[in-house]
Write a protein that binds this ligand. Structure first.
Ligand SMILES: NC(=O)c1ccc[n+]([C@@H]2O[C@H](COP(=O)([O-])OP(=O)(O)OC[C@H]3O[C@@H](n4cnc5c(N)ncnc54)[C@H](O)[C@@H]3O)[C@@H](O)[C@H]2O)c1
Length: 384
C-alpha cells in the first residue's frame, strides 16, 4: 500500500507530537512542512526524514502532497483548509474545526464539492480510554444512560504556552480549546446533542504570559473564560459541563456517565488511555474495567492515519468533519445560550463513528500486530 503523503502547515508547539507519531506510522509519510515563520518550518523539517521546508503557498500547490495537516492557530484553520481543498488536497486539522460554524460549514461544503476528505482533531477518542468506556456503554453495562458530567478546570494556558494569545481570542477560551476533547468524547459515548443551555463569565480582562521570551507581558482576554452548561443529547441523556480557565485547583472527575444500572468513570479525554472504572448498581465500590476498545499506545496523529486507511478501503474516517462541525455548533450555541439566557436548539447532528476494536494499530509497528507478538507496546499511554 502506498503511504498518504502529508504536508504539515503550522510548525508550532503541537507539531512535534504529530511529527513524532507520523514518523512511525507506515501508511502516512510527511513530505513537507510550512509555516509563516520559515525558520520553524526549517527546524521541523530537519527533524523529519524525507521532509522539506516549503513556503505555505508552495506546499499547498505541491504535487506530492495528498493531505494537508493543518496545525495552525484556530483563526487560520478555515483559511488554510479552504486553500488546501481548493488545491484538491485532503485536509486534517487541529481543533476547533474553525472559529465559527459559518466558516466550518463552508469548509464541509467545499470538501464535498471537491471530493476530498475533511478530518479534525481530537483523535484522543480513538484511544483505549474513551473506547473502553464506549464498549461498556454499548454492552449495556450501566443500563440506559441518563446523564453525564464533564469537567475541565485550570488556571489558564498562559502559564506554560509561550504564545498564548490565541487561547484568549475567538476560537479559544476553555470551551473552544478544551471543549472539543470533552464534547467529542460525550458525542462518541452518548451520541449527538439536540439542545443546550448555559452561562459564561470573563472574570479577568487581561492575563500575563508565564513562559518564553515574552514572559511578563499582558495579553487581552476577548472570550468567556468560565463556561458552564447543560447539553440534552438526542437520546435524552443530560450532560453537565464546566470548562474553566479560572480555577486554581479542583478535585472534579474528567467525565462520568450515569446509567439506570450503574456509573462509569471515564479518564481524561485529552489523553488516549487511562483507567476506566465502573460502579454496578448495589455494589460496594468501583471496579476497574480491563481495556476493551481503542488503539493501544495511541498518540496524536492516529486520526490522520485512520483517514489514510479509510481512503484506501473507501470507508468513512472516524475523526471526521461532521463530528467536528457538530461539536463546534454545540460550543457556539452554548455561548449563544449564555448570551441570550435562552436554551438553544442544535440544528446539526452527526453519526457516532464506528467503534475502534481493542488492539495495536495495524500501521504502527510499535503497537501493531507484529510488535504485539514481539512483546512491544505501551499499555495505555497518554498523549502529550
Ligand atoms: N499546544 C498544545 O499543547 C496543543 C495541544 C493540542 C492541540 N493544539 C492545537 O493545535 C493548534 C496549534 O497550537 P500550537 O500550540 O501548536 O500553536 P503555536 O502558536 O505554537 O503554533 C502555531 C503555528 O502556526 C503558524 N501559523 C499561524 N497562522 C498561520 C498561517 N496562516 N499559515 C501558516 N502558518 C501559520 C504559526 O507561525 C505557528 O508556528 C491549535 O489549534 C491548538 O488548539 C495545541
Amino acid at each position: 500500500m502506498t503511504a498518504l503523503r502529508v504536508g504539515v502547515v503550522g510548525a508550532g508547539k503541537i507539531s512535534g507530537a504529530y511529527l513524532g507519531t507520523l514518523r512511525r506510522l507506515s501508511n502516512v509519510d510527511v513530505v513537507a512542512v510550512g509555516d509563516l515563520d520559515e525558520a520553524r518550518a526549517e527546524a521541523a523539517a530537519a527533524t523529519t526524514p524525507g521532509a522539506r521546508a516549503l513556503a505555505v503557498a508552495d506546499l499547498l500547490a505541491a504535487d506530492d502532497v495528498d493531505l494537508v495537516l493543518n496545525l495552525t492557530i484556530p483563526a487560520a484553520h478555515a483559511e488554510i483548509a479552504r486553500a488546501a481543498i481548493a488545491a484538491g488536497k485532503h485536509v486534517y486539522g487541529e481543533k476547533p474545526l474553525a472559529v465559527t460554524t459559518v466558516q466550518a460549514g463552508a469548509m464541509l461544503a467545499a470538501a464535498a464539492r471537491a471530493g476530498v476528505r475533511l478530518g479534525c482533531a481530537p483523535d484522543t477518542v480513538l484511544g483505549t480510554g474513551v473506547q473502553t468506556a464506549r464498549a461498556c456503554l454499548d454492552s449495556g453495562d450501566i443500563g440506559t444512560p441518563v446523564a453525564a458530567t464533564a469537567f475541565m478546570v485550570t488556571p489558564g494556558h498562559e502559564r506554560w504556552h509561550p504564545a498564548p494569545e490565541f487561547y484568549y481570542q475567538p476560537g479559544g477560551g476553555p470551551l473552544f480549546d478544551m471543549g472539543p476533547y470533552y464534547l467529542t468524547a460525550l458525542v462518541t459515548l452518548l451520541g449527538p446533542v439536540r439542545r443546550v443551555a448555559g452561562m459564561a463569565a470573563t472574570p479577568r480582562a487581561a492575563r500575563v504570559i508565564g513562559s518564553g521570551p515574552r514572559a511578563g507581558a499582558e495579553i487581552e482576554v476577548a472570550v468567556a473564560t468560565h463556561v458552564t452548561g447543560v447539553l440534552e443529547h438526542a437520546n435524552g441523556a443530560l450532560s453537565t459541563l464546566v470548562m474553566s480557565f479560572d480555577v486554581w485547583a479542583g478535585q472534579l472527575p474528567h467525565i462520568e456517565v450515569y446509567g439506570t444500572d450503574g456509573s462509569l468513570s471515564v479518564p481524561d479525554p485529552n489523553g488516549f488511555g487511562g483507567a476506566v472504572q465502573i460502579f454496578h448498581a448495589g455494589a460496594e465500590d468501583w471496579t476497574p474495567v480491563p481495556e476493551a476498545g481503542g488503539y493501544r499506545g495511541a498518540a496524536r496523529g492516529y486520526g490522520v492515519s485512520d483517514l489514510a486507511s479509510a481512503l484506501t478501503t473507501g470507508t468513512a474516517h472516524r475523526a471526521n468533519g461532521e463530528i467536528a462541525y457538530h461539536v463546534l455548533d454545540v460550543m457556539e450555541s452554548l455561548l449563544a445560550a449564555a448570551d441570550s439566557g435562552q436554551a438553544v436548539d442544535i440544528t446539526s447532528s452527526c453519526d457516532r463513528p464506528p467503534a475502534v476494536p481493542f488492539g495495536g494499530h495495524p500501521d504502527d509497528p510499535t503497537t501493531g500486530r507484529a510488535a504485539r507478538s514481539a512483546g512491544f507496546g505501551p499499555g495505555a499511554a497518554n498523549g502529550p
